[in-house]
Each structure stands twice: as C-alpha cells, then as structure tokens.
Design a protein around this ligand. Sequence first.
Ligand code: F6P
Length: 366
Amino acid sequence: KKKIAVMTSGGDSQGMNAAVRAVVRAGIFHGCDVFAVYEGYSGLVHGKDLIKKMEWEDVRGWLALGGTLIGTARCAEFRERWGRLAGAKNMITNGIDALVVCGGDGSLTGADLFRAEWPSLVEELVRKGEFTEEEVAPYKHLTIVGLVGSIDNDMSGTDSTIGANSSLERIREMVDYIDATATSHSRAFVVEVMGRHCGWLALNAGIATGADYIFIPERAANPLTWKEELKEVCRRHREKGRRKTTVIVAEGALDSDLRPITSEDVKNVLVDLGLDTRITTLGHVQRGGTAVASDRLLATLQGVEAVKAVLDLTPEDPSPLIGILENKIVRQPLVDAVKLTKSVATAIESKDFDKAISLRNTDFIE
Ligand code: F6P
C-alpha cells in the first residue's frame, strides 16, 4: 500500500486546507494511506505526533476554512543536513516515501533538494544503525510533488498559485471600503499590498478597483520622473471630477535604480500635490479568511492531480510541480519552474524590467 504524506509550508494561503483535503481524500480513494505532516518541515524533523494518519472524516468541512489547519512554519532546522536526516528517519519509520508539499518556491526548492539528497540520507541512516539494509530496501527513492500555495502569484510555470485570487478579492473588498471614505472626504489613499517581490496582487487590485496609479517591482519607476508623473495623473483625474485618489503600492515596489518606493514616498508626493492623504497597509488580512471558489477549485483539482502523479511517477521522472496553464491542470518539472522563477529575480536585479514582466503572470500589462 502506497503511503503518502502531505504538508503545508512557508506563509499560509487561502485554499491550503482544500489542497490537503483533496490529497487526503484522493489518496484514500486510490487505496493509499495518507499522512499529514503538521507544522511544515518542522513536523518532518520532529516526527512523533506531528505525523498523523488521516481518515476521510478528518478533513470534513475543511474546504471553507481559512489558514492551514495542519499548521505551517518557515523551518530553519530543515536547512541543515541533520534536520533532513531526522526528516528521512521519521518518514521511513512511518513507511512514507512520497511527499506532497503545498508551499511557495522556497518550500518547493527545499523539497526537491531533499529528494536529490535522499539516497545519501538513507545510506547514512543505515551506517548509523538506525535501520538495516533490508528495512530501507523499499525506500530507495523519494517521490516529491509540489503544489504552489502562495498569495503572491510569483511562481513561474503556473498561471495562478493557490490563494492568489482569494487575496486579490480581499484587497478588492478593502479598497472598495476605503474608496467610500476617501470619496466622502475627498481624500487620497495610498494602499500598500503584499506580494513580496511580485507585483501581481498590486497590479490586478489596481485594475479591479480603478486605482489612479500602481507601483510594482517589475515595472520599475523612473527615479527622475515618477513623482511628476504621479502628480500629473492624479491632478488630471481630479480635474475631471474625481473626488478620491487611490494609489496601490506593492510592498516590493522599486525605482529603476532598484531603490524601494515606499508608501511614505508616495504619500509625500500626494501631500505635495495638496491632497489630504492617508496610508493603509493592508497586512495579513490579505492572507487570512476563507478561499474564494476559484481557489477551492484550483486546490481540489491540483490535490487530486498530485495523488495521481505520486502513483504514476517512476524514479527516473523529475519531481513535478502541479500548475494550471491556459485553464488546464498540468505537471511540469519542479526544477524548471523554480529556475524560471529565479530568472525573474535575476532580470530585476540586472534591471531588465521588460524581461521580468514577460516572465511573470503580469505580462498582459504591455
Ligand atoms: O509570501 C506571502 C507573504 O504574505 C508575502 O506577500 C509577504 O511579504 C510575506 O509573506 C509576509 O511574511 P510573514 O507572514 O512572515 O510576515
């Protein structure tokens, strides 16, 4: 009987519970034993009651719940070899040789490295007398499958990450609230949104709410002209009769000298224009709460596909990332997606912003 473990790792995102539920139920449906690893990689390292066999009923009602009910962590111990060795030991002790990880690119890169290192970890466990050769014989190969759970939508190889649309919808709702009070007082608001180094949330939120101006890292502002351009656009909108001004700033916004553009910088420009201006940093409301229908659906379809991948894969196949491209659930090599994601960061660092945009899911802005 195949034994599969599922974990959530890194920052939580809406839809992670739906993904875990889908893996648990699809696994049971296909005759597997499914385990949940609690607290991300920390659960693998410490084992015991942090690795729990799941039954069909254990995930009842999880679709509609926010956060991740099996916990998550950004785990430093797993970055050390001793932590990964402890993780391998706990997996073999529980008879597990397949791991479905739902997390961001850091968590998924970690998972793929774990797989690459697995044979040497197993060897070391035998050398240390933890297991005999016979005991580890069925565990010569580790299967890893990645699901991208992140509000940032910053992973290449998938049009949407699990949580991105819920977060966008939350931002949309908050900006609508802000717009009402902004219009009442004829004020300007600078709304800072998450996304780490990715502008997807800011860009889409700005378009969905009809913001006056949007700052994102991939479309770095000209350091010499952005202040005047911002003033000009906002002034023009006011002259046309608009009673409010809304500027959406991605937390990773930059100018083309790679200097951060902060909400405070933007506020100062609007104040200079004579506008009564406030900053609202939305923070973790963007990550909490329940998932929108499309994220529940995405997580469910991808969770089912992850189990199928575990059952289909041969040891020669590369670890897959389950994504969605042009409305189809697809598998592709995890390493390729990670490499492409890193190339966006490199493009930004080398100030090749056109390339950064073309590699992101923001490429429709050109
Ligand atoms: O990656 C998800 C994310 O919410 C980013 O948008 C944000 O920069 C970061 O995590 C915040 O991390 P933390 O929850 O650890 O403060």
